[in-house]
Write a protein of this length. Structure first.
Lengths: 245, 245
DNA sequence: TAGTGGTCTAGACCACGGT
DNA sequence: CCGTGGTCTAGACCACTAG
């Protein structure tokens, strides 16, 4: 059986990307079954009228995604396991939405405050300088899921309460032209204080899942610091990750 | 100021890798300060006597690690933030060891059991078939940190209790020639049951951090399924991740 | 307009895995 | 031994960014 592959040289889409997309969708749709040898890059290149480096670039991008495995002296084959969701900088809003939960957000605080030592250190600003502070309660089906407290450096974004309630913070940042680059996260657990318990409709001392995160843009600026608490009965962190060999 | 760069063509180490290492250590040591332009791949190639694709390959590997950022029409520059620990398939043993904690492990169970429905589904074996079951308590400085319960398919590895107490499970798997490829993790929290509380020297209903994980090798086989519980006062998950743009 | 990275070609030789 | 992927070369043209 031969897989149908073709590239459109008139398209502005890079050739290696076109090929990668076709291979990926073939794997996705089961046309390329797990274990199949893709073998012979040189022959594949000839068949498509491409050079070998171009074909390699396409294959490499899928190897990086974990869909293919290369073995010297053997060939390139489709990975058996259903690797699907790679780890990415997850947005709670997007997570809930893609799970069909139709999240709602209530903005409880949206103001400027003087940066505490903790916030100043995380954002790389001087202690006591003004930063945005927003506190939000996120719910689904009328049940609270998480309490989100975020700090942002001034002048980066204008934080409209209406927009914050309609979508997630990350979407607003991307829409404002901020290119997210990396984030440092810590996930832990602790007992709920009385105040936290009331916000999330839990009892005092109930277990809570906690996450702190600092996000950086591609110039290295910290663009957001957040401390979040989640109801563990309603939310957990789930992700797939690839081993760096 | 010119950075000293050179490659050894007699070395078995690939040229692009030599260059990547030199750039990485220069960034690490602060010789290349954040924001510095590396610019002009063509000139850099000429200076080293390499071709441009080779230089690009070196640079690309550092971009993938999050150390460099490329901008069309501008150049390649060193990222400002201290991106250091990329997310990888973390081993609790290695985490503790690199934190200077000298972990100790007590193997409580090391036997074969019939796979429950949950274990069978995770490992992709038939329910009721025999699988390895190991339960371990990991401590540091005499304090329990985590309770680890793992299941492995039969015939993959021979699980020596002495080795399990001396090192981590992942190291044993790698040493046995298993190439780890990907893992699916879920991190959550819940209240400790009476049994769990006693194991970890917590009180009943104390918050616990939980993690379940299925690990796959490069042929797509599930090689390990684990359910772990951690004392949140002693351990949290910390990692850096890069955004896929 | 000039300079940068992004893409692409058509070859080449080597190292490793399996036969 | 042969076939595979791994590495490398010396060019080329294009798209985007800045000044």
């Amino acid at each position: 059986m031969q897989l149908e592959l073709s590239v459109d040289r008139g398209s502005p889409v890079p050739l290696y990307f076109q090929l990668a997309q076709q291979l990926e969708s073939a794997i996705e749709h089961g046309t390329l079954t797990p274990g199949t040898l893709l073998g012979n890059e040189i022959e594949l290149a000839a068949r498509l009228g491409l050079s070998r480096p171009t074909v390699r670039q396409a294959i490499q991008s899928l190897v990086d995604k974990g869909l293919l495995v290369r073995r010297r002296g053997v060939g390139t084959q489709v990975v058996h396991s259903k690797v699907r969701r790679p780890l990415e900088l997850s947005s709670l809003y997007d997570d809930l939405e893609s799970a069909g939960q139709r999240p709602t957000t209530t903005v409880l605080v949206n103001t400027m405050v003087a940066a505490s030592a903790e916030v100043a250190a995380a954002l790389g600003v001087t202690e006591g300088s003004e930063v945005h502070c927003i506190e939000r309660l996120r719910s689904a089906h009328g049940e609270p899921i998480a309490y989100l407290c975020n700090y942002l450096p001034p002048g980066l974004l204008d934080l409209d309460t209406g927009q914050l309630e309609a979508t997630g913070l990350y979407r607003l940042m991307r829409a404002a032209g901020i290119t997210l680059h990396s984030a440092r996260q810590t996930i832990g657990a602790r007992a709920a204080t009385a105040v936290e318990a009331e916000r999330l409709r839990e009892r005092t001392d109930a277990p809570l899942l906690t996450m702190q995160r600092v996000t950086f843009d591609d110039t290295g600026r910290a663009v957001e610091y957040g401390t979040h608490t989640y109801r563990p009965s309603r939310y957990s962190f789930e992700f797939q990750l690839l081993v760096r060999n």
